[in-house]
Ligand binder design. Structure first.
Ligand code: NDP
Length: 456
């Protein structure tokens, strides 16, 4: 069997053995197809059945979470933690609380996390977890009771050298606080078991900013290398989402001189005809991160055009006219083939993925057919987990680093992630294909570690 047949065979088996998990199938297909050149060249990966092993989580924990709302009514949610791969370090990856969460969602995210974490250069394995609990519209007390119940099971599976969860969609500073408080009470130990903690109790400066800032640093590396550009002046940047990643992406893009033309949430999209200023940014932060409200409230406050149920891409293309850079920062599969076409017709030159797997395979094919610079999620948004890794180091040493120090380290890590992707893209004769380069760069590190550690 040649490498291409081997890969297709593994993909078919994944689909057959994991039915009804389309996002997981999509992530596996995207990664494995780009690995063909390295599998061709290095027979050891096929001989050691690395693909068959790497697509199977080392273990998966499924549990019931029962909690009481403010009226005393009892609710039941599903809890998950997927420990995907620990070849290069303790399991590490976020927790997502969103009604659409299924085991398949978390397997796609955990699978991607293996390679992303490997690219950071910090010893961290891949994991993901969460629940189908929806924090929207819940009181702080309800969220706290849910988090306490979630941790009553999760605590026995995590630890600073075993598995270190973090935030993701629906899990921000408030949820990490309640989860950490519950963990500490149950185990009677203060230890760095979660990242994204508050600054007063073990959190790292720049962790909230890290994913949005890091993805912008990655974008700047792409533009410098392939367009000779060192700023974003003259570029319209369409950002989707208005949560953690989108907020700090908007801030950094603006600092580099780009014009942020959209933000969005699950209810619609907002056009920013003059870009985003400090006043609007503060209102977005206060509305989404502190009050857990709706972006439409910000649009109304500043009299900005609001488009219910519309995606950022459509609003950006129609209202801003030209869209040079797409910066998806909300959720998976938010740019499909039609959205990609709309963006291409509006002057697109680059896509940088702040969210995980925001582009469908169809959209990615369109980027490559049209020579669009493409910063894939597992490289571009790795700044968040990288600073989580730095938070773990600070906790282990009982120390704090300054914001400047962490930001400098983050910039170095993002430059290095870009170089790894470029190195492998060039090695395999696809010099602009950072998707292939990053997938291969992450894969060889994990695969070689698995071979070193024997058969398990
Ligand atoms: P937040 O919960 O802070 O924000 C998510 C944003 O996306 C909100 O504006 C939300 O709208 C919107 N959104 C979520 N789901 C949907 C949906 N199904 N349709 C439309 N809009 C949606 O999450 P983050 O900013 O932390 O995460 C955003 C993305 O970035 C995710 O893909 C995450 O996996 C990825 N990521 C996050 C990292 C981090 O450090 N936080 C690290 C690496 C990747 P609403 O408020 O209406 O729900």
């Amino acid at each position: 069997m040649n490498a291409k047949e081997y890969v297709e065979n593994v993909i078919e088996n994944v689909k057959a053995k994991n039915p009804a998990e389309p996002e997981f199938h999509q992530a596996v297909t995207e990664v494995l197809r780009t690995l063909v050149p390295v599998l061709d060249k290095e027979p050891k990966y096929m001989k050691n059945k690395i693909l068959e092993r790497i697509v199977e989580p080392e273990r998966t924990i499924l549990f019931r979470v029962t909690w009481e709302d403010d009226n005393g009514e009892i609710h039941v949610n599903k809890g998950f933690r997927v420990n995907f791969n620990s070849a290069i370090g303790p399991y590490k990856g976020g927790l997502r609380f969103h009604p659409t969460v299924t085991l398949g969602t978390l397997k796609f995210l955990g699978f991607e996390q293996i390679f992303k974490n490997a690219l950071t250069g910090i010893p961290m394995g891949g994991a993901k977890g969460g629940s189908d609990f929806d924090p929207h519209g819940k009181s702080d007390a309800e969220v706290r009771r849910f988090c306490e119940n979630f941790m009553m099971e999760l605590y026995r599976h995590i630890g600073p050298n075993t598995d270190v969860p973090a935030g993701d969609i629906g899990v921000g500073a408030r949820e990490i606080g309640y989860l950490f408080g519950a963990y500490k009470k149950i185990v009677d130990r203060w230890e760095g078991v979660l990242t994204g903690k508050g600054l007063n109790w073990g959190g790292s400066l720049i962790r909230p900013e890290a994913t949005g800032y890091g993805a912008t640093y990655y974008l700047m590396e792409m533009l410098k290398k392939f367009k000779g550009k060192r700023d974003l002046k003259g570029y319209n940047v369409a950002i989707s989402g208005s949560g953690n990643v989108a907020q700090f992406a908007a801030k950094k893009v603006t600092e580099y001189g780009g014009k942020v033309v959209t933000l969005s949430d699950s209810k619609g999209a907002m056009h920013l005809p003059d870009g985003i200023n400090n006043e609007i940014w503060n209102a977005v932060y206060e509305t989404k991160a502190i009050r857990h409200g709706r972006l439409q409230e910000v649009a109304e406050k500043f009299d900005l055009p609001w488009f219910p149920s519309k995606k950022a891409w459509e609003v950006a293309a129609k209202e801003a006219g030209e869209v040079h850079i797409a910066f998806p920062s909300a959720t998976q599969n938010e740019i499909d083939g039609n959205d990609a076409k709309l963006l291409l017709d509006s002057g697109l030159i680059a896509v940088v993925e702040g969210a995980n797997m925001p582009s469908t395979l169809d959209a990615i094919n369109k980027y490559f057919e049209n020579d669009i610079l493409f910063g894939p999620a597992k490289a571009a948004n790795a700044g968040g987990v990288a600073v989580s890794g730095l938070e773990m180091s600070q906790n282990a040493q009982f120390t704090y680093w300054t914001a400047e120090e962490v930001d400098r380290k983050l910039q170095g890590i993002m430059r290095n992630i870009f170089s790894i992707g470029l190195k492998y893209a060039e090695k395999y004769d696809k010099p602009t294909n950072l998707l292939l380069g990053s997938n291969i760069g992450g894969f060889v590190k994990v695969a070689d570690s698995m071979i070193d550690q024997g058969i398990y």
